[in-house]
Design a protein around this ligand. Structure first.
Ligand SMILES: [Fe+2]
Ligand SMILES: [Fe+2]
Length: 198
């Protein structure tokens, strides 16, 4: 992304998003580029995915549903009722249609930033983690540990986030998206296997 494209994109997001969400967006993009430097991921990809990860967050549920259905994106019953879940899939559609993103890795990073998924690419993990640890986040448990792990071992960090998310959802008795559970089980096994070789 050249300087002019970056400024234009940021201006559009500022117009579309509530101001707090816009600040969060800039923080995620900045955190993502930092992690990209740490893990040798393309900075441009990390910045673009970070800037666009919540691009559909300003839509209401019916608009999100419309956008996803028009593009024939499969939606679960749980997603049908939740902007917190559906904005990721709607965001990937919007990134393609409104912001002309064609890079599949960027689109997947947007699509899976809420739940994660088994076998995420490095970029996907970077966006998943950045969304959770950006500097304005203050409510999640274990944030100092999660932030430290982000720069030490990104898989350990992903696992800690999923563990904390599931335990938080357990305390509020909220329904858990099956993808979050599946992702947790995948990374638990993956990290355990790696540690058994260490
Ligand atoms: Fe989000
Ligand atoms: Fe976000």
């Amino acid at each position: 992304m050249n300087k002019k494209d970056r400024i234009n994109l940021i201006r559009e997001l500022e117009a579309d998003l509530a101001y707090g969400r816009f600040v969060h967006t800039l923080n995620v993009a900045c955190t993502a580029t930092n992690l990209a430097m740490r893990y040798g991921v393309d900075l441009n990809q990390a910045e673009t995915a970070g800037l666009l990860h919540d691009c559909a967050k300003c839509m209401n549920l019916s608009k999100m549903l419309k956008v996803c259905m028009k593009s024939e994106v499969p939606i679960s019953d749980m997603e049908k009722q939740s902007t917190a879940l559906l904005h990721s899939k709607a965001g990937a559609v919007l990134a393609t249609e409104k912001f002309a993103v064609t890079d599949k890795d960027i689109l997947n990073a947007i699509r899976y930033h809420t739940t994660g998924r088994p076998g995420m690419s490095l970029l996907e993990k970077i966006i998943f983690v950045s969304d959770y640890i950006e500097p304005c986040r203050d409510a999640a448990p274990n944030l100092p540990l999660v932030r430290k792990l982000a720069y030490e071992n990104i898989d350990d960090c992903v696992l800690q986030i999923l563990k904390d998310t599931l335990s938080y959802l357990g305390t509020t008795r909220s329904e858990v998206d099956p993808m979050t559970q599946k992702t947790y089980e995948y990374y638990k096994k993956h990290v355990e296997e790696r540690k058994s070789y260490e």
